[in-house]
Design a protein around this ligand. Sequence first.
Ligand code: UTP
Length: 278
Amino acid sequence: MSIIRKCLFPAAGYGTRFLPVTKSMPKEMLPLVNKPLIQYGVEEAMAAGITDMALVTGRGKRALEDHFDISYELEHQIAGTAKEAALTEIRHIIDVCTFSYTRQIEMKGLGHAILTGETLVGDHPFAVVLADDYCVTEDAGVLSQMVALYEKHQCSIVAIEEVSADETHKYGVIAGDREADDLYRVRDMVEKPDPESAPSNLAIIGRYILTPDIFTILRDTPPGRNGELQITDALMSQAREGRVLAYRFRGRRFDCGSVEGFIEATNYNYQHVYGAVQ
Ligand code: UTP
């Protein structure tokens, strides 16, 4: 069993870049061909040895709960036919994992969504997956790589990747001291900087391992950029004490929160994943 037992999925955001489809459908239910983004995230967590899935949802997000539940009528209809095989993976997930949910009532930012998840997470280190960042790897998944690092370092870890200067304004960007080829001890973090004020080109993507003191810090953190409670602001408190690592993961990430990234990931999966499992 993994030293990290819970994975939190903040999934309450409005997904405005995909309107109108996200008016009544969660962004996290958008499929890469035939499997929703959230399921890829859950599978990545399972591959890292995590079975307690905690979802922060919001209004209009009930489809997420239904996806991780039995659909009696449908399952009765296709029982004994070849179509049943299409449900093998999701049935396994439902058998092996537990799912708990809480709602973010007001969308006050990612930091606020994570703080809302405290009631599900409790006083343990935990993983965070933003399902709209879809990651593919050749060997161990990104969360598996990070859990292995956590076992060694026992502090908060953020996944990072290099981005071009014209993209820094979309991400939290770090400055750090290099400890190994792919590992930095974070010194500074800036949320969505312009290229001129970005401390580096190392951007935080949607995978974190957080120590539970982050909840107390979040409670004391004032709203930051865009009036939202920013997780990067809270992480800065830990970073000032040298307690945040940034890890350049092995693999490739698709930004499925943007239409371009979503189309790229769809094409990638159609070519590399979908055909291979049919
Ligand atoms: P995004 O910045 O992608 O925002 O959130 P969004 O609302 O989902 O999408 P756009 O920009 O309107 O198209 C990053 C992650 O944080 C979650 C989102 O669900 C997403 O996984 N989030 C964000 C929350 O859960 N609550 C919030 O208040 C904000």
